[in-house]
Ligand binder design. Structure first.
Ligand code: ATP
Ligand code: MG
Length: 391
């Protein structure tokens, strides 16, 4: 992975040094919040003055976070630079590294995870469990991929644009070779990954934190429920056998090690009927499912990202209380501001809002419910969600 031998600096970065975050969404915003609480100065670069980071960053530069010259200039004044999104151009991270700033994740890691083709091939090449897939760059390859995957036993396929997809965007399900040709056109005749549809019994994620000197820690395994391709709810701890959890955590840690990532690595997984685990996709940054750790774990994912990139200790993380994170999408604002007072009335939930203007399908915030048992937390989360939906 590391093409060039770069000198690795293992020195700890202490507060009040400056951490630069590229990207301005809620992940960057919650990273800033954590970093600030831990005593660091934060410098964020993002495209719009209304981006969520505006509320937490010590400095907010409105500029293209993928522009190498801008990033190099900011990097010269920072102890370390990190990203909150896959969309940040790896060349910007190279520019920061060339300006003698520590960068985590590295440009190489960013290059691997931001394109579904390189991500899937990386997993396969390293013997990390992944489902059947093919990379596709032409209509002809699309047909061949569909024929091969159907012949291999897949009942349906899902085509995903290699870059830029999130929340199920840029995806299309395929049930026949004819539909594959349509999907190639419908997705814009652009590079794709085509995957065999996995008959999973559950979805899960494992988040690992890794430092530059190779130390690692991980969060307990989460269980994720998606609705219409978007994460709806995360439960911590997930309801899995100890064998499945051990396999998932081992897979997550081996993936972080193979990538040589510094900071967080979130590994989305499918759990098969036999209890075995396959990797769906990777994110070298905080992950939506990890929001549950803000209330339910002894450390939050945001604190652990900062700890990992700065070389602080990476303690074992445990569950404080079972928790459920529920995403709040813009649709809940269709009739005006949701009735938060009513939602919060039972005292078991907390609401986190990102300061975005509402739009359908847009992640506006999340709720976290904790309780002595997971069943109670789930019940409280669903009762709160029903109130929101009933408006
Ligand atoms: P996000 O940004 O929420 O992580 P995404 O746009 O990157 O989503 P994926 O994680 O690849 O997309 O897919 C979204 C969801 O679609 C998955 O969580 C899963 O529910 C379903 N899905 C994706 N790929 C497959 C597959 N090969 N088989 C079955 N279901 C799938
Ligand atoms: Mg996903």
């Amino acid at each position: 992975m590391t093409s060039k031998a770069e000198p690795i600096n293992h020195q700890t970065i202490h507060p009040p040094e400056t951490i630069t975050i590229l990207g301005g969404g809620q992940l960057g915003s919650m990273l800033c919040e954590a970093a600030k609480r831990m005593g660091y100065r934060t410098f964020c670069v993002s495209g719009h003055e209304t981006d969520p980071v505006r509320r937490w960053a010590d400095h907010h530069l409105i500029a293209d976070p993928g522009e190498p010259a801008t990033v190099a200039r900011v990097a010269r004044q920072s102890a370390i630079l990190t990203v909150e999104a896959e969309s940040i151009e790896p060349v910007a991270l190279e520019a920061a590294a060339n300006a003698q700033c520590r960068v985590a994740p590295s440009a190489d890691v960013q290059r691997t995870v931001r394109d579904r083709r390189s991500e899937k091939m990386f997993l396969r090449d390293h013997g990390l469990a992944v489902g059947p897939f093919a990379t596709v760059e032409s209509a002809k390859q699309m047909r061949e991929a569909a024929e091969t995957l159907f012949a291999g036993g897949s009942k349906k396929l899902v085509a995903k644009t290699a870059r830029g997809g999130y929340d199920g965007k840029g995806q299309r399900w395929i049930h026949s070779v004819t539909e594959a040709a349509d999907a190639w056109e419908a997705l814009g005749s652009t590079p794709l990954v085509v995957e065999g549809g996995i008959d999973f019994v559950a979805e899960a994620s494992v988040i690992v934190a890794r430092s530059a000197d190779g130390r690692m820690t991980h969060f307990p395994m989460f269980q994720n429920e998606h609705r219409r391709g978007i994460l709806f709810q995360t439960r911590m701890p997930g309801d899995f056998s100890s064998a499945t959890a051990a396999q998932a955590i081992d897979l997550g840690r081996r993936t972080a090690e193979a990538l040589g990532v510094v900071g967080l690595l979130a590994v989305e997984m499918f759990i098969l009927p036999d209890g075995n685990v396959l990797i769906n996709e990777l994110a070298a940054r905080p992950h939506n499912s990890g929001h549950v750790t803000m209330r339910a774990a002894s450390r939050s994912q945001f604190e652990m990202h900062i700890a990992a990139i700065c070389g602080l200790p990476l303690p074992e993380i445990h569950t404080l209380q079972p928790g459920v994170m529920t995403n709040l999408l813009g649709d809940l604002w269709a009739h005006g501001e949701p009735d938060f007072a009513k939602v919060l009335a039972d005292g078991r939930g907390m609401i986190h809002l990102y300061g975005k203007s509402p739009r359908s399908g847009r992640k506006m915030g999340h709720m976290i419910h904790t309780a002595p048992t997971l069943a109670e937390a789930v019940q409280a989360a669903n009762a709160a969600y029903e109130i929101l939906e009933s408006r």
